[in-house]
Write a protein that binds this ligand. Structure first.
Ligand SMILES: N[C@@H](CCC(=O)N[C@@H](CS)C(=O)NCC(=O)O)C(=O)O
Length: 202
C-alpha cells in the first residue's frame, strides 16, 4: 500500500486532491500547512513547491504540487478508469480541467476571496467577474445538459471542476439560473467520497 501525505486541508484548491483520494478508496495522511505562521513560505515547504502553495502530495517519496497534476497522477497510478475509456474521452477530461483552471477558477476564487483575505472587492472588480461568469456558466450548463456528469459517466473531469464551484457557494453566487450546473453540483456533493473528503463539519 502506498504511503500518501497531502499537504493542505480539504478546502479550496486542496479539496480536489482529498476528494480524488476518497473516490479512489486510498488512505492518506493530511498535513496541515499554517499560512498564518508562514509555513507555506518556509524553505522546507518551498523545496516541495517553489510556488509556496498547497496542495502538495507525497506518494512514497514522489513529491508533486499543482492540484490538477496531482489528480491526474493519482488516476494514472491508482484509478486509470477515472481518466476515461478512450484517448478522446481522456482529452475531453483534460480539456474541461484546463477550461476550469484557466477561465472559471480565477473568476470564482476572486469573488470568494474576501473569505480568506478579509478584503472586500471593489464594485468594478465584482462586476467584471460576474460578467465572466455570465459567459462561462452557460457553457458549463450546456455541457451538462442531459448528462449526470460532465462527460456522462463520473470521472476525473468532475473531480477537477466541481471543487471550483465551492467558491460559488462561498461567494453566494447562485447557480439556480443554470439548472444543469445546480443539479450536477448537488449530485457531486451527495457522493459518499465527497462527503467523506470534507470531513466532519465543525
Ligand atoms: N494552481 C495551484 C493553485 C494553488 C493555490 O492557489 N493554493 C492556495 C490555497 S487554495 C495557496 O496555497 N495560497 C497561498 C499563497 O498563494 O501564498 C493548484 O491548482 O494547486
Amino acid at each position: 500500500m502506498a504511503n500518501i501525505n497531502v499537504y493542505g486541508m480539504p478546502m479550496g484548491t486542496s479539496f480536489r486532491v482529498h476528494w480524488a483520494l476518497h473516490e479512489m478508496g486510498l488512505t492518506y495522511e493530511t498535513v496541515s500547512v499554517q499560512f498564518a505562521k508562514g509555513e507555506h513560505k518556509a524553505p522546507s515547504f518551498l523545496a516541495m513547491n517553489p510556488m509556496g502553495q498547497v496542495p502538495v502530495i507525497d506518494v512514497d517519496g514522489f513529491v508533486l504540487p499543482e492540484s490538477v497534476a496531482i489528480t491526474q497522477y493519482l488516476a494514472l497510478k491508482f484509478a486509470p478508469a477515472m481518466l476515461g475509456a478512450t484517448p478522446e474521452a481522456q482529452a475531453q477530461a483534460l480539456r474541461w480541467a484546463l477550461w476550469c483552471m484557466i477561465n472559471l477558477n480565477p473568476a470564482l476564487s476572486t469573488l470568494a476571496s474576501v473569505r480568506w483575505t478579509g478584503k472586500e472587492l471593489s464594485p468594478e472588480v465584482k462586476e467584471e467577474k460576474m460578467a465572466v461568469l455570465a459567459r462561462l456558466l452557460p457553457i458549463l450548463d450546456a455541457q451538462l445538459a442531459g448528462k449526470e456528469y460532465l462527460l456522462g459517466e463520473f470521472g476525473i473531469a468532475d473531480v477537477n471542476v466541481r471543487p471550483t464551484l465551492q467558491y460559488a457557494e462561498m461567494a453566494g453566487v447562485d447557480c439556480v439560473a443554470y439548472p444543469n450546473v445546480a443539479a450536477w453540483m448537488a449530485r457531486c456533493a451527495a457522493r459518499q467520497a465527497y462527503v467523506a473528503a470534507k470531513g466532519p463539519v465543525a
